[in-house]
Design a protein around this ligand. Structure first.
Ligand code: GTQ
Length: 348
């Protein structure tokens, strides 16, 4: 491998002349942007403990009324990027959002896409372009880019959910903005996961040329996801995670354009070695407990916790001994496949 020249080797007067013309030599910087063999991740693996963050979020409920917050969220900040980082990994933003009984978070729409995973509480809902989606533990609820959404709460206990957005990408593209609107009146019908897409493999018959909705299913109930994982687990080898991807039921494509969501089940006591992938991952624990080692760092996790793994991480999981563990993995494989570089590598 050739040793590239450094900045210091160049005459000062030449460096100054380059800077004056707003230019610079590539070669001293080359390996920063094109490192050998694999990228060097900025993100650091980390565990966000629900037990520790929950009281701080409830305190935000006392300190800041929802009218003053628009969205009352504690952002999960990547330690590799330091305090105030608005992202967990290179492409994924996550935050924990609190809604108290009777509260409403006003309607808005924005260019980034979002999805929520419900962590705790009953009675909350999100209305997405008129479709009222109830929020129950473990459900995945989508608010794709450009679609109106407001949140409300008809229950009597706090509701907390995890937000995942492709916000870092939109900020990077200088394409991130929101439009504020009015509270929506829901259509008087259950969401499409309970009607049109209630059974896998069946979709409504359509007249020729009639347009399908771009995002036909906005809610993916956890009860169905869990049942699907359990059925598949009975015929999956030990030592492998049982995984199901959340897809658009009309097209089979990922449910959102850039972010991917994969439900995972780890059998009780099972050890699972994940492939190294070019995608970063955020794992949210729906149920059960266990531990994972990410690039040599071990985190112990349980229900409600969230942990991250940067791009090209070496990841090993182990579920606790008594019960299986269920997680939802948030990643950016859909984006990476669209731009043609998603990659998996074997493990030693
Ligand atoms: O609930 O619409 O965590 O717009 C960040 C931005 C949640 C939301 C977030 C948002 C929302």
């Amino acid at each position: 491998m050739a040793q590239l020249g450094t900045l210091e080797e160049l005459p000062l007067e030449y460096r100054e002349a380059l800077a004056k013309q707003s230019t610079g030599p590539l070669w001293p910087m080359m390996r920063n942007v094109l490192p050998h063999d694999r990228p060097s991740a900025i993100s650091k693996p980390h565990l966000w403990s629900y037990e520790h963050i929950r009281p701080l979020l409830l305190r935000a409920g006392e300190l800041t009324p929802v009218e003053k917050a628009e969205r009352r969220v504690l952002v999960l900040a990547d330690p590799g990027r330091g305090e105030g980082a608005m992202q967990v990994t290179s492409s994924i933003y996550c935050g924990l959002q609190l809604l108290l009984p009777g509260e409403k978070a006003p309607a808005h729409k924005h260019t980034p896409s979002a999805a929520r995973i419900i962590v705790e509480g009953e009675g909350a809902y999100t209305i997405v372009d008129g479709e009222k989606c109830v929020m129950q533990h473990g459900d995945l609820v989508l608010t794709p880019g450009g679609m109106w959404h407001d949140h409300g709460h008809e229950g009597d206990q706090p509701v907390i959910w995890l937000d995942a957005l492709d916000l870092p990408l939109f900020v990077y593209l200088e394409g991130s903005y929101a439009v504020e609107g009015e509270f929506q009146t829901p259509r008087n019908r259950p969401d499409s996961s309970m009607l049109e897409y209630a059974e896998a493999g069946l979709v409504p018959t359509r007249a020729p040329g009639s347009a399908r909705a771009k995002y036909p299913q906005l809610r993916y109930p956890w009860s169905k996801t869990r049942a699907g994982l359990e059925k598949l687990a009975a015929y999956t080898d030990r030592g492998r995670a049982v995984e199901l991807d959340y897809v658009n039921p009309e097209t089979g494509e990922p449910c959102l354009p850039t972010m991917g969501f994969t439900a995972m089940m780890l059998a009780a006591g099972d050890k699972v070695r994940a492939p190294v992938t070019s995608s970063s991952n955020v794992f949210h624990v729906i149920d059960g407990a266990g531990s994972s080692t990410v690039n040599g760092k071990t985190v112990n996790w349980k229900r409600g916790d969230t942990f991250s793994a940067p791009v090209f991480s070496e990841i090993d999981h182990q579920a606790g001994g008594k019960d299986p563990a269920f997680l939802i993995r948030i990643h950016d494989r859909p984006l990476q496949e669209k731009i043609g570089f998603y990659e998996e590598r074997g493990r030693a």
